[in-house]
Design a protein around this ligand. Sequence first.
Ligand SMILES: C[S@@+](CC[C@H](N)C(=O)[O-])C[C@H]1O[C@@H](n2cnc3c(N)ncnc32)[C@H](O)[C@@H]1O
Length: 238
Amino acid sequence: MLNGKLHLAPITAKPQNVLDIATGTGIWAIEFADLHPSAFVIANDLSPVQPGLVPPNVVFEVDDANEEWTYSRKFDLIHCRQHHSAIEERRLFEQSFHFLKPGGWLEMQELGNPIRSDDSSLSPDSALHQWSNNLLDATRRINQATDKPQHYASWMREAGFVNVQMREYKWPTNTWPKRQKEKMMGMWNLENVLDGLHGFTMGLFTRVLGWSPESVEVLLMDVRKDLYNRRIHAYWPM
Ligand SMILES: C[S@@+](CC[C@H](N)C(=O)[O-])C[C@H]1O[C@@H](n2cnc3c(N)ncnc32)[C@H](O)[C@@H]1O
């Protein structure tokens, strides 16, 4: 999506301290540490799933980013990609502001809901549309709405940030776009969504919305068909 760049924030050439929140596999932190030998990268996550063989300038910490941060240093860059509403953003922005050096940057890269299309090819009656709207509804009910990235810029300003910029990208549902780059992104996205679909639907639909597991399975069968359907020109705003 970013043509191979790891971030868009115009950080200094030799950043010293960098924090990656909700690092997951740690891939971003490892690549950043490799590219910037000057930097010391702290990367946290609730789960210790990161590899052991990593560059010497990256350290992984098990931490809950929703708790009060206790870092003994301030950062040039704080990065958080795809936490998917697991972290309460306004608090995250306030804590980030506090733990950035003057002139430091916070960069969020996050996916929004609901899924959209610009040419009405995503019908409101489609399983995909219904799934996306119900998912958003469920996340709203548990106060972890997945449409919050649209508010990030104003929440960042409220937290004290200046020079806030928002860039919007599109993640196609499959290979429907004409251009090669978007086609490729659609291919990866389809793979990613199909892999996680059951996992990130079942709990929300049964425990929050009260659906039976059987009716979720039935919906997901049609959602998968829509996800493969190249006549549906849908995308996630990113
Ligand atoms: C989709 S993955 C992130 C992937 C990673 N940032 C990347 O871009 O490659 C979301 C991660 O958020 C982590 N997470 C969820 N809640 C968290 C919290 N409160 N504090 C820290 N990490 C959290 C999960 O354990 C999971 O690894």
